[in-house]
Design a protein around this ligand. Structure first.
Ligand code: IPM
Ligand code: MG
Length: 362
């Protein structure tokens, strides 16, 4: 039986993961094709509180031995004063690195019933369906030298943006391969007018394209312009490939134009084991109140079924159920707008509605 390692994490993590796992159980029942074993471990602040480290050896070993990893979210103000090395975020970064997950897929799709939840005008967002491929194990997140030290009597903070040719080639291939299954357009985003590391990025992406992917249309865009274009004309994008830091920033922006960051799942691939997590954080302000939106985590399960277990029909069961629940007017607070037939629900009820929709599929 395939095994899923589950890290509920911190804040709203445990609440949304609970609903997502219940949805997985419903899919097992309804489809009858495959069953999954799950095993839970503490990660992030929750692990620090018990073990004084954000990721134990045991947790890492569990992730490595599993067939896929589901993660809620890590972090919170409670752990912000901790030294860098034991912050909850280190667990997530360590996990990505240890599992070799160099490609982070973050789809941003507009759900028709949520058009009015976007801060942008309807005609700008209708039909948005883009996929950001964010490089995830390199760049300034991991570059050396790093740290804060005193140099010539002046306190100095240092981080290093660094990319090697093979790192760029492999993530570019992921983007081009994805584009072939979509509308065959890739936009590579960099800051090649200022940063040498991304000048190399642009050159290598262009070479990979010319050598292996002539059937895909490639364009390049500077990151500041991309931030603007995402607001001005988001529908021009299909697949966007970019560095770790730029991808972090642009995907938060892309999520907002679709209505809510509470809706967007992600998959981190490249190693033996895929990692699936909502792109939102631990939202400590609403943790424990039962109001968080579980849909991003539920949709992350769909991505897991598709990418780690090659079960596209089961993934579609979940995605279609989510569409029907939204069309039925059910909304968590983050996507709620007063309107006829619209009802505000909590985390549990939203999960239950999705499970109901899966059982009563047309
Ligand atoms: C994300 C998050 C993480 C990141 C943090 C929590 C380390 O913002 O997954 O986008 O910066 O990668
Ligand atoms: Mg982020």
């Amino acid at each position: 039986m395939p095994k899923i390692c589950v890290f509920p994490g911190d804040g709203i993590g445990p609440e949304v993961v609970r609903e997502a796992l219940a949805v997985l159980r419903t899919v097992e029942e309804v489809s009858g094709r495959r069953r999954f074993e799950t095993e839970e471990e503490l990660l992030g602040g929750a692990a620090y509180d018990v073990h004084k480290v954000p990721m134990t050896e045991k947790a890492l070993a569990l992730a490595k031995s599993a067939d896929a990893v589901l993660l809620g979210a890590v972090g919170g103000p409670k752990w912000d004063p901790l030294p860098f090395e034991v912050r909850p975020e280190r667990a997530l970064l360590g996990l990505r690195k240890e599992l070799g997950l160099f490609a982070n897929l973050r789809p941003a799709k507009v759900h028709a019933p949520l058009l009015d939840a976007s801060p942008l005008r309807r005609e700008l967002v209708e039909g948005i369906d883009l996929m950001v491929v964010r490089e995830l194990t390199g760049g300034i997140y991991f570059g050396e030298p790093r740290g804060v030290r005193v140099i010539d009597g002046v306190e100095t903070g240092i981080n290093t943006e660094i990319y090697t040719r093979p790192e760029i080639e492999r993530v570019a291939r992921v983007a081009f391969d994805l584009a072939r299954k979509r509308s065959r357009r890739v936009t590579s985003v960099d800051k090649s007018n200022v940063l040498e590391a991304t000048e190399l990025w642009r050159r290598v992406v262009t070479e990979v394209h010319g050598r292996e992917y002539k059937d895909v249309e490639l364009s390049h865009m500077l990151v500041d312009n991309c931030a603007m274009q995402l607001i001005r004309r988001p529908k021009q994008f299909d697949v966007v490939v970019t560095t770790n830091l730029f991808g972090d920033i642009l995907t938060d922006e892309a999520s907002m134009i679709t209505g809510s960051i509470g809706m967007l799942p992600s998959a981190s691939l490249g190693g033996k084991v895929g990692l699936y997590e909502p792109i939102h954080g631990s939202a400590p302000d609403i943790a424990g109140k039962g109001v968080a939106n579980p849909l991003a985590t539920i949709l992350s399960i769909a991505m897991m079924l598709k990418y780690s277990f090659d079960l596209p029909a089961e993934a579609a069961l979940i995605e279609e159920a989510v569409e029907r629940v939204l069309a039925g007017g059910f909304r968590t607070g983050d996507i709620f707008r007063e309107g006829p037939g619209v009802r505000r629900v909590g985390t549990k009820e939203m999960g239950e509605k999705v499970r109901e929709a899966i059982r009563k599929r047309p």
